[in-house]
Design a protein around this ligand. Structure first.
Ligand SMILES: N[C@@H](CCC(=O)N[C@@H](CS)C(=O)NCC(=O)O)C(=O)O
Length: 120
């Protein structure tokens, strides 16, 4: 199953990767696991850039060139239910991907979440 390179769900996630993800989403108020070429990720990043988020409180992780890319996606599936990018976290909670970020932005909820998290 999964062929030569495997699917994210087939990958064994190391403790290092779990620790990296858990620590990052705990330390930063806003975290985006992204791929540079993904239009949904671009949309989410573009929306977030409209808010005056403190840059020291946000981390955007472009995973496609990382050796642990598949592991990160597998862990995203485990903790958020989806392995697609982007996966957007505010205050340690996954708010979803690009579509969800867009919906929350349009409803005004994203502003509230960003304010309550102390990201801006
Ligand atoms: N509805 C999702 C769609 C995200 C999506 O399909 N992303 C693609 C990349 S553009 C993806 O993650 N494909 C699987 C992969 O790259 O492993 C969202 O809005 O975030």
């Amino acid at each position: 199953m999964g062929g030569l390179f495997g699917k994210p769900a087939d990958v064994v996630v190391t403790e290092d990767v779990r620790l990296f993800v858990d620590t990052t989403i705990k330390q930063k108020r806003v975290v985006v696991f992204s791929k540079t070429y993904c239009p949904y990720a671009r949309k989410a990043k573009s929306i977030l850039s409209e808010y005056p988020i403190d840059p020291t409180k946000m981390e955007i992780i472009e995973i496609e060139k990382r050796p642990d890319c598949a592991e990160i996606q597998s862990y995203m599936k485990e903790i958020t239910g989806a392995s697609t990018v982007p996966r957007v976290f505010i205050y340690g909670e996954c708010i979803g991907g690009g579509d969800e970020t867009s919906k929350l932005h349009n409803s005004g909820e994203l502003r509230r979440l960003l304010q309550e998290s102390g990201a801006m």
